[in-house]
Design a protein around this ligand. Structure first.
Ligand SMILES: *Cc1c(COP(=O)(O)O)cnc(C)c1O
Length: 431
């Protein structure tokens, strides 16, 4: 049987294993719902980018919003990666995991003054600025604490990444970035503001992109601008093409990271920009296929028109199916001699949108454990406490050992920080 995604995921007889470790055993040992990641799979995905970048000035900034567990960040920090962050909270996580501030790029359309100050004091490598107002705000904040903020402008190249509308970010009417036509004026302003130093240019055109052409189109647009603003006397040191490379959830065939990077570098060389540093901000493609979500079958509810398989993981644990209508493979961790039926795999949350997979052929019984594959990206990172459900535990497989890297949330933690009203403000009891 073919498993989509990772070469680290394989059947060993009737058992499904990640990085050689039997997933059924992990589900029993740590309980479900449980996220399991393979560190080796993450490092393998990183190596694919690295391979093509060897000998070139570059920085890979892991877009940590895809999976911000400290052990994941620690893995990439130890491998020498930088990070793409989008909040002060993410900055604190990178530093707590041993990441270097001078390898951080700070993206996002709504940075607050407090976040700017925090990042300036930490000494981040670059602010990816998304509007003219943000340029002025950042310059003011930097000047007020006697710092100079290194900046890149996120340009909206107006290319269609050919992906889901919610994760397409490089089109004219997205909220992200500065329009290509306005970029020259914005760069002139940035160069004139006292608290800023222009160092780069960036874009990020979307996520789960499965073609190379949109990247090359976006790069061309960036290089056109580098040339235009260069004639204006503003020098760009690095070109950051963002993240967004897709992974295989079912039968997608995204370009391999090596091939994509090789084409980007060739285009830079061909246009005489080979001396500039290339920055990349991959998220999903570094971690997505390195993780699975384990969930137990609570109840089987066969029906006249539909069969429901009710599991203990829900949309609060894994939001991608509900949010993007995303298809994620679901496999029993132990095969059984049972007749396969067609099931809708759904969670306990009180929403009809709470499903993990529809119309799946599965040979299963109550008490079995299922694995939702390719769940390493935008899984746990998007988890919530909806329906007052404690968040799942996380395990990382490293050197053949399964290590608990996040405890299962306790019900008592759910109300932490909440207060009852003082007695006199509470409504009168009706009895
Ligand atoms: C989300 C994001 C990324 C990473 O996207 P992936 O699809 O996970 O690779 C990179 N850069 C920015 C600015 C982002 O917002």
């Amino acid at each position: 049987m073919n498993l989509p995604g990772s070469p680290f995921l394989a059947r060993d007889g009737d058992r499904l294993c990640l990085d050689g470790i039997d997933l059924a055993t992990l589900g029993q040992r740590f309980g479900t719902p449980l996220y399991v990641y393979s560190q080796a799979a993450m490092l393998d995905a990183l190596a694919r980018y690295r391979h093509a970048l060897a000998g070139r000035k570059h920085l890979i900034c892991y877009a940590m919003k895809a999976n911000s567990n400290l052990a994941v960040l620690q893995t990439f920090a130890a491998a020498g990666c930088g990070f793409d962050i989008v909040s002060g909270g993410e900055l604190a996580r990178v530093l707590a995991a041993g990441g270097r501030a001078d390898r951080i790029v700070f993206s996002g359309v709504g940075k607050t003054a407090a976040e700017m100050e925090q990042a300036l004091l930490a000494g981040v490598r670059c602010f990816n600025v998304e509007s003219v107002s943000e340029l002025r705000r950042l310059s003011g904040v930097a000047a007020s604490i006697g710092r100079v903020a290194p900046v890149s402008l996120r340009v909206n190249p107006d290319v269609d990444a050919g992906t889901h509308p919610y994760i397409s970010t490089g089109l004219r009417d997205n909220k992200f970035g500065i329009a290509h036509e306005q970029a020259l004026d914005a760069y002139r302003l940035a160069a004139s503001l006292p608290g800023l130093r222009v160092i780069g240019i960036d874009c990020h055109i979307g996520s789960q992109i499965t073609q190379t052409a949109p990247y090359l189109d976006a790069l061309d647009k960036l290089l056109d601008l580098v040339e235009t603003i260069g004639r204006d006397g503003i020098t760009i040191e690095h070109v950051d093409v963002g993240g967004g490379l897709g992974i295989t959830y079912t039968d997608e065939q995204p370009p391999r990271a090596e091939a994509l990077v090789a084409q980007l570098l060739a285009r830079m060389d061909a246009r005489g920009h080979g001396h500039r540093e290339l920055l990349l901000e991959p998220g999903r493609s570094l971690v997505g296929n390195a993780g699975v979500l384990l969930t137990e079958v609570l109840y089987l509810k066969p029906g006249a028109t539909k069969n429901f398989c009710i599991v203990d993981a829900a949309m609060n644990d894994l939001m991608r199916p509900a949010l993007y209508d995303a298809w994620m493979a679901i496999e029993p961790v132990q095969s059984r001699e049972l007749q396969a039926l067609r099931w809708d795999v759904v969670g306990p949350v009180c929403e009809s949108g709470d499903w993990l997979g529809r119309e799946r052929e599965l040979a299963i019984a109550e008490g079995d454990i299922l694995a939702v594959l390719s769940a390493g990206a935008y899984g746990m990172a998007m988890a919530s406490n909806y329906n007052s459900r404690p968040r799942a535990a996380e395990v990382m497989i490293t050197s053949g050992e399964a290590v608990l890297v996040r405890e299962r949330e306790q019900v008592t933690q759910l109300c932490a920080g909440e207060r009852l009203l003082p007695m006199e403000s509470a409504p009168e009891s009706g009895d």
